[in-house]
Ligand binder design. Structure first.
Ligand SMILES: Nc1nc2c(c(=O)[nH]1)N[C@H]1C(S)=C(S)[C@@H](COP(=O)(O)OP(=O)(O)OC[C@H]3O[C@@H](n4cnc5c(=O)[nH]c(N)nc54)[C@H](O)[C@@H]3O)O[C@H]1N2
Ligand SMILES: Nc1nc2c(c(=O)[nH]1)N[C@H]1C(S)=C(S)[C@@H](COP(=O)(O)OP(=O)(O)OC[C@H]3O[C@@H](n4cnc5c(=O)[nH]c(N)nc54)[C@H](O)[C@@H]3O)O[C@H]1N2
Ligand code: SF4
Ligand SMILES: [Mo]
Length: 698
């Protein structure tokens, strides 16, 4: 074992950026363990990190370019593959215009530095405005709130978990998800620390989640009614004269307009809609406003719903009016080594939002991308601008986008589709060409995105450990070569590591952080300290001020007030999703070590609902929505609110990524989610609150 080597690297599966110690020889991983010296993750790790080795050796992995010939995928050479791609993409664009080619970029791209650096070039070379990504299945309301209030989509406030005295969590389950738009590995321990110093964590969720259990304080809420709660908290704080904007008072506009706008949102109104008692709401308002520090954190459950943008606005507003914005223990802004906001600063530039609207149903475009909810109709509907070909990179919308089956049918009608991916799966099986991707251990890792959302400023970099199979190029190079061929060039740009070397000196910590310094860091990571106040000089609004009451949100309040939870007879229950520790979105289900054990793709329902529907534990349940059906086993639990059912996301593989260990056919929640349900301000999919009915499967 003399050739055993050890490498410190960051896990890039989820947003938590855990520090790992990987022990390996020239061909194999010997162990993957937590790095206790990592200043951010402090020894936290989850079971998925160990599976990093499985993604590399997966027998089902695509390892050569594949071309579909008479319905079968056959291996071809890289030269043939690039030639085929360029010929077909060019032909579609010659016949239909640039917008004839659509692009879908999936979640793993956000965790892959080389992809992030090279995909903009590919998109530019294609020159299409038909751009989609998993972002509108995930988080656009956060960006929309930041754009309208602070002037830049990436000025995202992060809860200062290390110093807060009261954390209010709506629609997030960070004990399982490890946090989102909040990089906070080992969140359970962080909650314990808040409580140990005399603080509180209150979780608002239609399910008593793993996070709620550990927090110790949980309020059940009716799905999609969070905005009522948040506005009632703001209303109460104004009514009790408890508002205090602190240092931000001098730069904030719209306090009076906000106060006026929340008038209808009394604690009683919120109680009626949310199911949380009026007195509880009043008490919470007082505790929040009078705590030494407090922070409201609203995530997936509060953003991927019909009022996602209002929730993100209200969450920021609650933090701002209580002096908990940009201050210790409140919501703060990171100063990462690679300063994405600075690199894309728009200070002083005129702009209007949304940037565009979609062709068929007039939905908004933010951050250069249309809502994934309209991708199917844009492929189906004839006329100028119709998508006739698609390039997907690291995405699986047939399983992850609302009404995914409709996307699958639309993909089948395309003139051409190509994917860069690890697998032939529910999405890529529709492709005419698949180019193999590379996995984490074959690439350098520097997190370009999630340091921006981290509860502490740190930086880490590591190089590849293994070469890709078959002498394949790294994924960034595949993207760069495809781009070069599309533009008739022979040259590809510098490597990701070289680009990083050029970018780091321009960031916040250019004096201490360089590629060399990161590689030599004793713990594999450089600690850059706790979050610091900085928003006043960073505001990117045209007038340089913070807008507490943007017109776009005020105008949407009428829709909220008209909201009636589904009392429709046909679909009397509401469906929400859930995440699970041992699976990551739709793509980790081929790792035997992750999927082994009991079938976790179950529908949770309340004991009283089960009794009413005459359903027993583990009995097969037929769930029906306006767009589809699914049959899966019942899990009866008082964890879930009455009238609500929960199905985990990420399952339903019919092709590829098949749960190799269990061979159990699971279902996709997105066979049931409805693509016509969106948050109209942001265009984000409303995955939560889907009207459904449940019954015993025949
Ligand atoms: N293990 C694991 N970790 C992951 C992922 C994974 O698939 N597996 N995915 C990663 C990704 S891509 C992301 S974006 C993050 C997401 O991370 P989180 O934002 O923590 O998302 P979820 O774990 O889905 O938690 C959403 C919560 O919202 C609740 N909810 C649903 N509807 C409502 C509602 O109307 N109101 C309120 N208040 N709550 C509601 C649900 O019950 C659930 O507990 O997780 C990341 N981490
Ligand atoms: N109902 C419901 N739906 C949801 C959610 C929910 O909570 N509820 N969550 C939403 C969220 S937050 C997200 S982020 C989206 C995710 O939606 P997507 O990004 O569409 O889905 P993923 O499952 O992340 O798909 C990743 C794809 O990339 C491939 N892949 C994995 N690693 C690599 C790699 O290194 N390179 C390349 N080229 N390919 C790779 C996989 O094989 C798979 O095809 O799902 C959304 N869908
Ligand atoms: S929590 Fe996320 S980053 Fe940490 S080990 Fe698990 S998958 Fe990796
Ligand atoms: Mo996500």
């Amino acid at each position: 074992m003399s050739n055993l080597k050890t490498q410190y690297r960051t896990c890039n599966i989820c947003e938590a950026m855990c520090g790992l110690v990987v022990t390996h020889d020239d061909t194999d991983v010997h162990s993957i363990k937590a790095n206790p010296a990592d200043p951010l993750s402090r020894g936290h790790i989850c079971p998925k990190a160990i599976a990093l080795q499985d993604f590399r050796t997966d027998a089902d992995r695509v390892t050569t370019p594949l071309k579909k010939v008479n319905g079968e995928f056959v291996p071809i050479s890289w030269d043939e593959a690039y030639e085929f791609a360029v010929e077909r993409l060019t032909a579609v664009q010659e016949a239909n215009g640039k917008d004839g080619v659509g692009v879908y970029l999936g979640n793993p791209n956000a965790h892959k530095f080389g992809n992030l650096l090279n995909l903009p070039g590919l998109v530019k070379a294609l020159g299409t405005t038909n751009r989609y990504s998993s972002a509108t299945a995930d988080q656009i309301p956060h960006h929309v709130a930041s754009i309208h209030m602070l002037g830049h989509p990436m000025l995202i406030p992060v809860p200062d978990v290390a110093r807060t005295d009261l954390m209010l969590i709506l629609g997030g389950n960070p004990v399982v998800s490890n946090g989102s738009m909040m990089t906070a590995p080992g969140f359970g321990k962080r909650m314990d620390e808040i409580k140990a110093r005399g603080g509180r964590v209150v979780v608002v969720d239609p399910r008593r989640t793993e996070t709620a259990e550990r927090a110790g304080e949980h309020l059940f809420i009716q799905p999609e009614t969070d905005a009522f709660l948040l506005f009632a908290l703001i209303h109460e704080i104004f009514a009790q004269g408890l508002e205090d904007l602190g240092a931000l008072a001098a730069v904030t506009d719209g306090v009076a307009a906000l106060k006026e706008a929340v008038q209808p949102f009394t604690a009683e109104k919120a109680a009626e809609m949310t199911g949380i008692k009026g007195q509880t709401i009043r008490d919470l308002a007082r505790s929040f406003a009078t705590a030494k520090s407090a922070v409201c954190y609203a995530r997936m459950g509060a953003s991927t719903q019909s009022f996602g943008s209002l929730c993100q606005w209200a969450s920021n507003a609650l933090n701002i009016i209580t002096g908990n914005f940009d201050s210790e223990g409140g919501a703060m802004f990171t100063t990462p080594a690679l300063d994405y906001v600075g690199m894309t600063s728009r200070k002083g530039k005129a702009r209007s939002y949304p940037e565009k609207r979609s062709r068929v149903s007039n939905q908004p475009l933010y951050n250069g991308e249309f809502p994934v909810s309209v991708m199917a109709e844009e492929m189906e509907t004839p006329g100028a601008g119709q998508i006739k070909a698609l390039v997907s990179v690291a995405g699986n919308p047939v399983l992850t986008a609302p009404n995914g089956q409709r996307i699958g049918r639309a993909l089948e009608q395309l003139d051409f589709m190509m994917s860069i991916d690890l697998h032939i799966n529910d999405t890529t099986r529709h492709a005419d060409l698949i180019l193999p991707a590379t996995v984490a251990l074959e690439e350098e890792v520097y997190d370009m995105v999630f340091h921006s959302f981290a509860v502490r400023n740190t930086a880490a970099f590591a190089g590849p450990i293994f070469a890709p199979p078959n002498g394949n190029p790294q994924e960034w190079e595949v993207i760069a070569r495809l781009t070069a061929k599309l533009t008739g060039s022979n040259r590809i740009g510098p490597s990701p590591t070289e680009v990083l070397g050029m970018m780091l000196p321009q960031g916040y910590h250019g004096d201490v952080v360089s590629v060399e310094a990161l590689l030599n860091a004793p713990s594999g990571s450089i600690d850059l300290g706790p979050l610091v106040s900085n928003i006043v000089e960073r505001l990117e609004t045209q007038d340089g001020r913070l807008n507490l009451a943007p017109e776009v949100f005020l105008a949407d309040l009428e829709r909220l007030l008209a909201f009636n939870p589904p009392v429709c007879e046909e679909f009397p229950m509401v469906m929400i999703g859930r995440r699970q520790v041992r699976s990551h979105n739709s793509w980790t289900q081929n790792s035997v070590r992750l999927v082994k054990g009991r079938n976790r793709c179950t529908v949770q329902l309340h004991p009283q609902d089960a009794a009413r529907l005459e359903l027993a534990e583990a009995q097969e349940v037929l769930v029906e929505s306006a767009v589809g059906t699914a049959t899966l086993p019942a899990e009866i639990t008082d964890e879930i609110a009455l009238g609500v059912i929960s199905i985990p996301q990420g399952w339903g593989q019919r092709q590829g990524n098949l749960s190799a260990a269990t061979k159990v056919q699971t279902v996709s929640i997105n066979d049931l989610t409805d693509d016509s349900r969106i948050d109209p301000i942001s265009g984000n999919a409303a995955f939560n609150g889907v009207p459904v009915r449940a019954s015993a499967a025949k």
